[in-house]
Design a protein around this ligand. Structure first.
Ligand code: DQQ
Length: 542
């Protein structure tokens, strides 16, 4: 039976109990979306890792299936770690994954459906004659060699995939090539690498269109295409990506000058979102991103509650028209869970306003707002101080939280708030003027530091922050937050900057949670439109 504790989500993907981490091998195949994920069948902390498996017709309702891949052979007896699916021509899915062998080496294996005519692809086999297909040969760090990607095929007909690794502190994406998907040969140089970034977990490499918002099949090549390389850095536990050019002939990826590798680069999400992976949805011609949102309470508490980890709501991803970053937006299907709603239009928020959004379920909601301010009001923005450009967005957010009076902003939402505001998680924008560089800077914060009255040294109640590349000439900024009991997933300005926070209120739970829209800046801002919906539970969630 499903465990029931206050933090369990209403519409995020989670199994009835136990630990989950990385999404694995997502794919669309014969009418079903498949999601596999790292799972501990025996408890609520990491360990005993298998590939759990669920299928869905709509990415909202999920049906659990037997575990797809579990330790059984020398090449995966100590764990079946992350990997990806590739649908080969002729509609044949193949999974590549990392196995831990008896010497604790990380090797790469493949698995195929036992019965391709089973619509759910319930059973997977690991052919013994070829596995493992890749082993850590001389020069490769055998304890840092994992997470094979979806493969792509070049114009030369050769398959390619990358595997995350490191050599001392250099992060590496090793490139492997194959003609038959069975015999894989390491290319003479990596696809890409970067000093001082540490282990590259869960790399993802995919093409994006520079012309349209549609997704591209992973092997797409040619005109009007750029590539994205994402890595999950275990040193910071954040995910970073670059947009760049992939030269198929040289088999090298070169990030564009305007994006940088490593921990100063762009992030998918400035909060709790890790080990993500995209896949191309051949049905709806879009690229979808799945990411894991880990707990931030203690392991002891996870054991007590009997579960840990959720998958974030799948996001559609595409290249922004600037070409400089990705845009992420919750998949359309999630809107099918919207039920009763309230709407505010044309409402001025003067300094100190805090308006409660009533008539929906604040603990399980979807909120969209567009804020408006006359362009002339930007003159009231606080100065972005000298030296701040060397700081991280988070440092500024810590100095200038949602409760610190500003010029233009902070304004935004107060989510999961208790009656007397002892607990609250504000998500807000604040605009600065950078006189020296003659520009405005938009900061977005999701601040969980006051999210729970519960005191425990092991609980992590972080603030998260990122800058938003917003063109303020139209005097507008938008925010969407998906609130679901212990998670607040926010999308700034149409998905330019995303922040996911995990929170554990003790008072602001279920019908005791409140939602507000606020302005703590001296400049009045207008709510052009705010719509908030109660979110239903899916009919089936594992
Ligand atoms: N989780 C998996 C690894 C991966 C890590 C093990 C990232 O394959 O590198 O559960 O969260």
């Amino acid at each position: 039976s499903e465990v029931k504790t206050p933090g369990r989500t209403g519409y995020h993907f989670q199994p009835p109990r136990n630990w989950i981490n990385d999404p694995n091998g997502p794919m669309y195949f014969n009418g079903y979306y498949h999601l596999f994920y790292q799972y501990n069948p025996k408890g609520a902390t990491w360990g005993n890792i298998v590939w759990a498996h669920s299928v869905s017709k709509d990415l909202v309702n999920w049906e659990p299936l037997p575990h797809a891949i579990s330790p059984s052979e020398p090449f995966d007896i100590r764990g079946c770690w992350s990997g990806s699916a590739t649908v080969l021509p002729g509609n044949k899915p193949v999974i590549l994954y990392t196995g831990i062998d008896p010497q604790e080496r990380q090797v790469q294996n493949y698995a195929v459906p036992k019965n391709i005519s089973d619509p759910y692809l319930r059973e997977w086999v690991k052919p013994l004659e070829h596995n493992p297909i890749v082993t850590p040969t001389k020069g490769i760090n055998a304890s840092a060699f994992r997470d094979p990607t979806t493969a792509w095929r070049g114009k030369d007909g050769i398959w390619r995939m990358i595997i995350g690794s490191k050599n001392k502190r250099r992060g590496i994406a090793y490139l492997y090539k194959s003609c038959d998907f069975l015999k894989w040969v390491k290319h003479k140089h990596p696809l890409h690498s970067r000093s001082e970034t540490g282990m590259w977990e869960c790399p993802d490499f995919f093409p994006v269109s520079t012309k349209h918002n549609v997704g591209l099949e992973t092997s797409a090549a040619g005109e009007d295409i750029k590539h994205v390389l994402k890595v999950s850095l275990d040193l910071t536990r954040y995910e970073y990506y670059t947009v760049g050019t992939y030269d198929e002939r040289k088999d090298r990826y070169v990030p564009d000058g305007c994006t940088v590798d490593g921990w100063k680069g762009l992030r998918y999400d400035y909060g709790n979102f890790y080990a993500s992976k995209t896949f191309y949805d051949t049905d709806k011609k879009r690229r979808i991103l799945w990411g894991w949102a880990n707990e931030s309470d203690s392991a002891l508490n996870d054991t007590a509650k009997g579960w840990a980890g959720i998958q974030a709501i799948p996001r559609e991803v595409w290249l922004d028209h600037s070409g400089k970053q990705l845009i992420q937006w919750p998949i359309k299907e999630i809107e099918g869970l919207r039920s009763e709603h309230v709407e505010l239009v044309n409402l001025e928020l003067t300094y100190g306003s805090k308006i409660e959004i009533e008539g929906i379920t604040p603990a399980q909601a979807d909120v969209e707002i567009t804020f408006e301010f006359p362009r002339s009001s930007l003159k009231n923005a606080e100065e972005f101080e000298d030296g701040w450009e060397k700081l991280d967005a988070l440092d500024i957010c810590k100095k200038k939280g949602a409760n610190v009076k500003g010029g233009v902003g902070p304004f935004g939402l107060v989510t999961l708030a208790s009656q007397n505001l002892e607990e609250l998680t504000p998500v807000s924008f604040r605009i600065f003027r950078d006189t020296a560089r003659d520009k405005y800077i938009t900061l977005m914060c999701s601040d969980a530091t006051r999210s729970s009255l519960f005191q425990d040294k092991k609980w992590y109640k972080p603030a998260f922050a990122g800058y938003v590349d917003a063109d303020l000439t139209d005097g507008k900024l938008s925010l969407r937050s998906l609130i679901d009991h212990s998670v607040v997933e926010s999308f700034g300005h149409g998905g330019k900057t995303c922040i996911t926070s995990r929170v554990y209120p003790t008072l602001a739970i279920k019908d005791k949670a409140h939602l507000y829209v606020f302005n703590n800046g001296t400049t009045p801002v207008k709510i052009e439109k705010l719509t908030a919906w109660s979110m239903k539970r899916p009919n089936k969630m594992n």
